[in-house]
Ligand binder design. Structure first.
Ligand SMILES: CC(=O)SCCNC(=O)CCNC(=O)[C@H](O)C(C)(C)COP(=O)(O)OP(=O)(O)OC[C@H]1O[C@@H](n2cnc3c(N)ncnc32)[C@H](O)[C@@H]1OP(=O)(O)O
Ligand SMILES: O=C([O-])CC(=O)C(=O)O
Length: 375
C-alpha cells in the first residue's frame, strides 16, 4: 500500500501550495485517485477517453456522451497545413519533446484561445492532434514520408500506433496504450502540472500553460525518466550483468532513472499495472533479456536502497516491445498528461490568485552603490 513520505526541506516538499479536486497522490489506501476513482480500477475497466472526459468535464461520461466525445475528437485529429510545414523544417536529431513544445506553441498562433470560454474546445483539439504532431515529424524526418494524419482507429492510443507504424495495431497493443495513457493522465502538483498552474495564475492562455508544462516534463527527473530507463536496461545482456553493474552504479552514487518518487514512500501504484502489461508483451514477443534485466534491476534497487520502480520504469520495456522508438516515450506522456494539465488550468482559473511565493534571501547585506569609474 503506497503511503506518503515524511517530507521536509527543499523542493517545496510537503508544503500545501493550493487546492485541487482532481486527484490524490500517496494518501493512505488507494495511492492514486482521479476525482475519487482508484487509478487501478480505471486502468482495468475504462477507456482513456472516458478518463480524459472525467478529468476535463468533471464526471465519467454515459455511453452516449462517450460516443459523442470520441466522434468529436476523431474529427479534430488532422494538423493544419502551416503546422505540417513547420514540423517538416525541424531537424531529425531534434529532441521530440522540443517538437511537441514547438507544435503546441505554433498551434497557439494558428488557433488561439481568444477567451477562456474556449478552454475545453482548445484542449480537445490538442488532445486529438498531439499524436499527429509527434508522428508527422517523426515519419517525415526519419523516413521521408508525409503521413496522412487521420485514421479510422477508434481510440487515441490506437490512432497513435497507426500513425507511427502505418498499419492497424493489434488489440493487445491498443489495450496497453489505453492503460498507459490512463496511468499517466494526472498526478496532482507534480513539477509540470505546477508549472502549468503558475502560468495559468497570471491569466495567460492555455497554449502558454501547456507549452511551459511540456518544458518541465522533458527533464530526466520527471517525464524524461522513461527514456533514461530504456537507455539503462538495454545496456545489459543478462540479469547477472545488470545486477553487478547496478551495484557499481550505486557505489558511485549514480541516480537510477525510473526509481524513487517525491511523494510515494514504498511503491508507485501505477507500477504494478504497467509491469503486468510489460510482462504480457514480453511473452508476446518472446523476450528473454529486457524483462528479466528490468526485474533484476528492480530487485537490486529494493535490496540495496529500498527504492521501488515508479510509473516510468516498466513503461520503458512495455513501449519497446510495441516497437515504439525510445525518443518518443516522453512525448506519449505529453499526449496523456495534457488532460491533467488542462484540468488544473481550468481549476486554477476558476478560483485564481497569482502564484507568487517568497524567497529566503541568502545574499550579501545591503551596501553602497559605487559608480563604475570608482570601482
Ligand atoms: C512520472 C515521474 O515523473 S516519476 C519520477 C521520475 N524520475 C525518475 O525516475 C528519476 C530518478 N529518481 C529521482 O531522481 C528521485 O527519486 C525523484 C526526483 C523522483 C524524487 O526526488 P526526491 O524527492 O528528492 O528523492 P528522495 O528525497 O526520496 O531521495 C532520498 C534519497 O534517495 C536517493 N535517491 C532517490 N531516487 C534515487 C534513484 N532513482 N537512484 C538513486 N538514488 C536515489 C536520493 O539521492 C537521496 O539520497 P541522499 O539522501 O543520500 O541524498
Ligand atoms: O508526482 C510527481 O512528482 C511525478 C509523477 O509521478 C508524475 O507526474 O506522474
Amino acid at each position: 500500500m503506497a503511503e506518503a513520505k515524511v517530507l521536509s526541506g527543499a523542493g517545496l516538499r510537503g508544503q500545501v501550495a493550493g487546492q485541487t479536486a482532481l486527484s490524490t497522490v500517496g494518501q493512505a489506501g488507494a495511492g492514486l485517485t482521479y476525482r475519487g476513482y482508484d487509478v487501478r480500477d480505471l486502468a482495468a475497466g475504462a477507456e482513456f477517453e472516458e478518463v480524459a472526459y472525467l478529468l476535463l468535464y468533471g464526471e465519467l461520461p454515459s455511453k452516449a456522451e462517450l460516443a459523442d466525445y470520441k466522434h468529436r475528437l476523431k474529427a479534430l485529429r488532422d494538423l493544419p497545413q502551416a503546422l505540417k510545414e513547420v514540423l517538416e523544417r525541424i531537424p531529425r536529431d531534434a529532441h521530440p519533446m522540443d517538437v511537441m513544445r514547438t507544435g503546441c506553441s505554433l498551434l497557439g498562433t494558428l488557433e488561439p484561445e481568444l477567451t477562456f470560454d474556449a478552454q475545453r474546445d482548445r484542449t480537445d483539439r490538442l488532445l486529438a492532434l498531439f499524436p499527429a504532431v509527434m508522428c508527422y515529424w517523426y515519419r517525415f524526418s526519419h523516413h521521408g514520408v508525409r503521413i496522412d494524419c487521420s485514421s479510422d482507429e477508434d481510440s487515441l492510443g490506437g490512432h497513435f500506433l497507426y500513425l507511427l507504424h502505418g498499419k492497424k495495431p493489434s488489440d493487445l497493443h491498443v489495450k496497453v496504450m489505453n492503460v498507459s495513457l490512463i496511468l499517466y493522465a494526472e498526478h496532482e502538483f507534480n513539477a509540470s502540472t505546477f508549472t502549468a498552474r503558475v502560468c495559468a495564475s497570471t491569466l495567460s492562455d492555455l497554449y502558454s500553460c501547456i507549452t511551459a508544462a511540456i518544458g518541465a516534463l522533458r527533464g530526466p527527473l520527471h517525464g524524461g525518466a522513461n527514456e533514461a530507463a530504456m537507455e539503462l536496461i538495454e545496456r545489459f545482456q543478462s540479469p547477472q550483468e545488470a545486477s553487478a553493474e547496478l551495484l557499481r552504479m550505486l557505489e558511485r552514487k549514480d541516480k537510477i532513472m525510473g526509481f524513487g518518487h517525491a511523494i510515494y514512500k514504498e511503491s508507485d501504484p501505477r507500477n504494478e499495472v504497467i509491469k503486468g502489461w510489460s510482462k504480457q508483451l514480453a511473452d508476446e514477443v518472446g523476450d528473454t533479456v529486457l524483462y528479466p534485466v528490468s526485474e533484476a534491476i528492480d530487485k537490486t534497487m529494493w535490496e540495496q536502497k529500498r527504492l521501488f520502480p515508479n510509473a516510468d520504469f516498466y513503461h520503458a520495456s512495455a513501449y519497446h516491445f510495441m516497437g515504439i522508438p525510445t525518443k518518443l516515450f516522453t512525448p506519449i506522456f505529453v499526449c496523456s498528461r495534457l488532460t491533467g494539465w488542462a484540468a488544473h488550468v481550468f481549476e486554477q482559473r476558476a478560483n485564481n490568485r497569482i502564484i507568487r511565493p517568497s524567497a529566503e534571501y541568502t545574499g550579501v547585506e545591503q551596501r553602497q552603490f559605487v559608480p563604475i569609474d570608482r570601482r
